[in-house]
Ligand binder design. Structure first.
Ligand code: GTP
Ligand code: NAG
Ligand code: MG
Length: 437
């Protein structure tokens, strides 16, 4: 009798303990699931034209509590608290190689400090679905863990659909800005008749966008004004994103922070030769600027990237500016503004068809020390028709890249990236020879 009673009691205790254990386990795992910021932030459907309540009023401070902080359920091995920027890049929030702690965590909100940075996109209302595509990729591969803001600029007011769709996709705060007409029109020193003849002539010669007025305003705006838009004055760093681009690889670390810690001001993933027809006198204008402003030319510049004869002629190499991570303070500096204004006075945005890519690139090449320009091998990228697929099989596997390495443009004949490597005395990534053609 006694024995049976004891067995029953033991069985009862065991079953209760088991039930409690199951309940505890289930409820705990449920608590983990909606990770704040991982695409689950509840946001108002529409945001007003001007800055709405920013999600992160102080970008230097992490937006979300770090995993393991008191606001969250306990985790078995809580990661370290966010560290102050040590400059060493070896803390959990800054995993740069597969052996770094925290590398495998592509789910939690990144615990590290945030830079004073934003994405920026110039777009028309009709670009909405093409930019939606780009945003989705940037969010999936990077920003859902970092929640940086996104600034959209347009020469026309953005419509409700554009704002609704993009706000629903961006994990950070979105801002929508109208471009002032002075930044999107002909300066008064431009001869309209002469500019019109150029467009007709370029149309006949079938030069891409050669007959377009809006394309010229776009190039001039991206060259001289986007970084001075009032919404952009709130930031120190930008990452430019265009409609219909692709990101092929996981971005484990914060590229803005890499830029700051490596003391970079400008970066690229693709480089190539510009069409001569669009910039016949750009180098003459550049030389005039160099003569008038020797004080702005960096001692250790990248002239060897731009010219094969020590500056006599332009070799047409440029960084492709539809992707850029860069420093806005540099673009707002006297050196850059003097350069832009000197070019603008010469009229080539309208009398030719100067692109913002060669303008930014020449500026970066001459006004910055060569050590201030960064090449991001590990950011896989596509903008029609060129692909940057990271060189090195192990890198592509580690970053879960979905690009075909055969498409990588970097080491092909029409790319200028080899010059960048040579000029900086850098060793090319392992496996580059196999991708020459
Ligand atoms: N608001 C506005 N944005 C424009 C206009 N034209 C171009 N853009 C934007 O400026 C950027 C560059 O324009 P694109 O048409 O992509 O020029 P591109 O990259 O040289 O050429 P594509 O090969 O057509 O992509 C994109 O982000 C466009 O959305 C315009 O007239 N108004
Ligand atoms: C971010 O940078 C802008 C431009 O330099 C500056 O005005 C602003 O105060 C900065 N914000 C923070 C939080 O540091
Ligand atoms: Mg484009």
């Amino acid at each position: 009798m006694m024995a049976t009673g004891n067995t029953r009691l033991v069985r009862y205790i065991a079953m209760t303990a088991f039930a409690l254990f199951v309940f505890y386990f289930v409820s705990r795992s449920n608590m983990y699931t909606p990770i704040p910021g991982a695409g689950q932030i509840v946001k108002p459907a529409v945001q007003p034209e001007t800055p709405s309540t920013p999600k992160n009023p102080n970008p230097q401070v992490p937006l979300q509590p770090a995993p393991g902080s008191p606001a969250e359920p306990p985790i078995k091995n809580p990661p370290k608290q966010p560290t102050v920027n040590t400059g060493k890049g070896d803390d959990i929030s800054f995993a740069r190689t597969p052996s770094s702690p925290g590398w495998d965590d592509l789910v939690s909100i990144n615990a590290g400090p945030r830079m004073n940075a934003t994405f920026v996109t110039l777009a028309r209302n009709t670009d909405v679905w093409d930019i939606a595509d780009s945003i989705r990729q940037v969010e999936d591969r990077f920003n859902r863990r970092f929640n940086y803001d996104w600034v959209f600029l347009n020469d026309q007011p953005f419509d409700e659909t554009f704002k609704k769709v993009t706000t629903s996709l961006v994990s950070g705060t979105t801002h929508y800005g109208l471009i002032p007409v002075e930044h999107w029109s002909f300066p008064d020193w431009i001869d309209q008749e002469k500019a019109k003849k150029v467009r007709e002539d370029m149309k006949e010669r079938k030069i891409i966008y050669g007959d377009s007025v809006s394309y010229r305003h776009m190039c001039r705006f991206e060259s001289g004004f986007f970084f001075r838009h009032e919404l952009m004055l709130n930031y120190e760093w930008y990452w430019r994103v265009e409609p219909s681009v692709k990101l092929f690889c996981d971005v484990h670390y914060d590229p803005f922070r890499v830029m700051a810690e490596e003391k970079k001001k400008y970066s690229f993933v693709l480089s190539l030769y510009e069409y001569h027809e669009t910039i016949p006198t750009l180098w003459e204008s550049t030389k005039k600027f160099m003569k008038n402003h020797p004080e702005h030319i960096a001692k250790d510049n990248s002239m060897a990237f731009l010219s094969d004869d020590k500056g006599e002629n332009y070799n047409r190499c440029h960084f492709w500016s539809n992707f850029e991570v860069g420093n806005l303070e540099w673009l707002r500096s006297k050196a850059y503004i003097d350069f832009f204004e000197s070019l603008d006075q010469d009229g080539g945005f309208f009398y030719e068809r100067w692109g913002d890519a060669p303008v930014h690139s020449i500026a970066a090449g001459l006004l910055l020390d060569k050590s201030e320009i960064k090449f991001f091998n590990d950011i896989g990228y596509w903008h029609v028709p060129f692909t940057h697929c990271p060189t090195g099989e192990q890198t592509r596997l580690d970053l879960r890249c979905h690009c075909n390495p055969k498409d990588n443009f970097d080491w092909k004949g029409y790319s200028c990236t080899s010059r960048y490597y040579e000029l900086n005395g850098l060793e090319k990534p392992l496996g580059w020879e196999n991708e020459k053609d």
